[in-house]
Design a binder for this molecule. Structure first.
Ligand code: PMP
Length: 462
């Protein structure tokens, strides 16, 4: 059942932005944190202590909360246990962790296949690996990039299949594009990766599959075992939690066998450090070197539980502040509700924008599955000036390449930029209508002088 307007009004009461009148439509960058999560930080401070580093009640209390957060995250993703979960600062760091852990496994003549749809976080690390790092060790590993259909934004699966061969160690693919909105069909991508037949050190004969779930996990039900992904990365700051925590899911046997990405304290087995040998801690702590973002991880896992409560994912009980397992059907209902609501908002925005003169929406037509966002350009307008004008109307959009730099260049956009509106569970029809109305009004006025390429907007974060 869809979220109704009264549901949305009730949800918005939990967020500070609602009192400010902001039209928060840049959610693909980061979502807003509900007040309960910020209050949760406060309620943890009487027991503020490090984890795995003290015998006090406070340290044990915090350690228990921290460890059980891994169970919540694992359960949410359908992972077999916390042993498959590592936490990092964000998606970018999680993907880099895979890259550095696998660094020594590549053999001369191997290749990595990625796509033109990728965020720089899932392209630049592989570029760095293949073009900068491995060549310094005298190893040649090719980086191959699959195309997408310029009209629909869909990944070209035939081209992807043609790039995967018996030397493809890894396929790196976005689960949902943060620019064109397209969602590559992961079961087909999995089958393509399997068909390569690469002999992995684990004995398997197939390419590993890494999915960038930064835009997928916040608004879709994702079951890592059903999808059979080897690695999945996402960031909690796009899923209600405050900034600072990203997740890497990886198959347990891969984490067992890989080298760590970071070395140091707490990733070491008790007492097993001598001048000659170091023994690693058991999973998942082998991948948790140094003091982690303890409160951030606890609050992030609770953000998942709060999402259930906010959208009514479980009619039988509330889940926030509890540590009981969240049943799979409850996760599914929660994410289906979020997915349906945000898809509805996106369709409404696309319908509204379709009548604006000179406006070109990028990616598939309304009605095709897409992440809850729409990126567009308007003839005669710099996307940066457009976003600045929208901001004057109180509407928060984002102009730039959204770190999807490859795709912007591939589409021939000059400058490589677009304006993007993106939605989350607390957005209302009124938000969408205000945003669309603002675009109409701004465009109806004479366009301002174009921003020179290389001008002040070139510093937008990639
Ligand atoms: N991948 C995609 C598809 C994204 O949208 C983003 C965030 N814009 C990232 C990766 C990077 O996320 P983070 O900045 O949290 O590392």
């Amino acid at each position: 059942m869809d979220l109704t307007e009264p549901d949305i009004a009730r949800i918005r009461e939990q967020f500070d932005f609602d009192r400010s009148g902001r039209v928060v439509t840049n959610n693909a960058a980061s979502t807003q944190p509900p007040r309960q999560l910020l209050d949760l930080y406060r309620s943890l401070t009487p027991f503020y202590e490090n984890v795995h580093r003290g015998q006090s009640d406070a340290s044990r209390y915090t350690t228990d909360r921290f460890e059980s957060s891994y169970d919540t995250i694992a359960g949410w993703l359908g992972a077999p246990s916390r042993r498959s979960i590592a936490t990092y600062r964000n998606t970018t760091e999680a993907i880099n962790a895979v890259m550095y852990s696998l660094l020594t496994e590549f053999r001369d003549g191997d290749n990595v296949v990625t796509t033109m749809l990728e965020h720089n976080s899932n392209y630049v690390p592989w570029h760095g690996l293949c073009r900068e790092i491995l060549p310094r060790f005298g190893r040649r590993v090719e980086l191959r990039i699959a195309r997408f259909d310029h009209r629909t934004g869909e990944l070209d699966l035939d081209h992807l299949a043609s790039l995967v061969d018996a030397r493809t160690k890894l396929v790196c693919c976005s689960g949902a594009s943060n620019f064109l909105g397209s969602k590559p069909p992961l079961p087909i991508v999995r089958a393509i990766a399997d068909a390569g037949g690469y002999p992995q050190p684990t004995g398997e004969r197939r390419a590993r599959l890494l999915v960038d779930g930064a835009q997928l996990v916040p608004s879709s039900f994702v079951d890592v075992q059903a999808l059979d992904v080897d690695y999945l990365a996402f960031s909690f700051h796009k899923l209600l939690a405050p900034f600072g925590v990203g997740v890497l899911y990886a198959k347990e046997h891969l984490l067992e066998q890989s080298l760590p990405f970071l070395y140091g304290g707490d990733m070491i087995a008790d007492g097993q450090v001598t001048p000659d040998a170091v023994g690693y801690n058991g999973l998942p702590w082998k991948y948790s070197a140094g003091t982690p973002n303890i409160l951030g991880v606890i609050v992030s896992a609770q953000a998942l539980r709060l999402a259930v409560d906010l959208v009514g994912g479980d009619p039988t009980r509330m889940h926030f502040r509890s540590e009981d397992p969240v049943p799979g059907p409850v996760v599914r209902r929660t994410m289906d509700r979020i997915g349906e609501h945000t898809a509805h908002l996106t369709r409404r925005a696309m319908d509204g924008l379709s009548g604006v003169p000179g406006l070109r929406m990028l990616g598939g037509p309304p009605g095709t599955p897409r992440s809850p966002l729409v990126a567009f350009t308007v003839a005669g307008w710099s996307p940066f000036e457009l976003a600045a004008e929208l901001n004057r109307h109180g509407v928060e959009s984002r102009a730039g390449c959204h770190c999807a730099t490859l795709a912007h260049h591939d589409l021939g956009l000059d400058p490589p930029a677009s304006c993007r509106l993106s939605f989350y569970l607390y957005n209302s029809n009124a938000d969408v209508d205000r945003a669309v109305d603002a675009v109409r009004k701004v465009v109806a006025h004479r366009p301002p002088a174009p921003t020179p390429v290389g001008g002040r907007h070139r510093r937008e974060a990639a």
